[in-house]
Design a protein around this ligand. Structure first.
Ligand code: C5P
Length: 201
């Protein structure tokens, strides 16, 4: 039976960590849809147009090790504003969302565009400062040399672009449950989401 958990929200709100943990707990497949846009953005550096990059995306493109950087996030949010790029990535995401064993997807438009009929719809957020501190810690751990202020500026620029675009903007679905993780540990957020998912199953 298809069972979809749709998790949207701004950059570095803890969506990925929560989504991964819940997928593992309930034995659901997990798709980080941001990776599709990051890989598309990275391919444009090889001279491909954003649309060609999205249309020719392969599993190998998603395995690059430079996709988590701040620059890759910016490139992703620029290509993500192009309607044809989004259109090229829709079918794969929709099929994933409705796979028979159930799935968790996180991104910006999962509850609004990719899987509006999702059994669980969440919008996970946190203050800009909390998100910047969390992402900064991740980037430092992965060896990037960057300040919290730079990370904060990068997140705000990306959120503004993602919220302002005409195509599938970042916005909570009308029927999404909004969870603010500013004052929670990630473990607490995982517990809350796991409870919501188990009640919907
Ligand atoms: O989630 P992540 O930060 O990896 O996403 C990178 C960028 O990809 C976002 O800033 C956004 O512009 C774009 N994105 C999107 N729709 C999604 C997932 C990501 O537009 N479903």
């Amino acid at each position: 039976m298809p069972f979809c958990v749709a998790i949207d929200g701004p950059a570095a709100a803890g969506k990925g960590t929560v989504a991964r943990a819940v997928a593992s707990e309930f034995d659901l497949a997990y798709l980080d849809t941001g990776l599709l846009y990051r890989a598309t953005g990275a391919k444009t550096y090889e001279g491909l147009s954003p649309i060609d990059a999205a249309q020719s995306l392969t599993a190998d493109d998603l395995a690059r090790d430079d996709l988590r950087s701040g620059d890759a996030g910016q490139a992703a949010s620029r290509v993500a504003a192009i309607p044809e790029v989004r259109a090229a990535l829709v079918d794969f995401q929709r099929a994933f969302a409705r796979r028979s064993g159930g799935a968790v997807l996180d991104g910006r438009d999962i509850g609004t565009v990719i899987c509006p009929e999702a059994e669980v719809k969440l919008y996970i957020t946190a203050t800009d400062e909390v998100r910047a501190r969390r992402r900064h810690a991740e980037l430092i751990a992965s060896g990037e040399d960057v300040s919290v202020e730079e990370v904060l500026e990068n997140l705000r620029e990306r959120d503004e672009r993602d919220s302002a675009r005409a195509a599938a903007p970042l916005i909570p679905a009308d029927d999404a449950m909004v969870i603010d993780t500013s004052d929670m540990t990630i473990d607490e957020a995982v517990k809350i989401v796991a409870q919501i998912v188990s009640q919907a199953m």
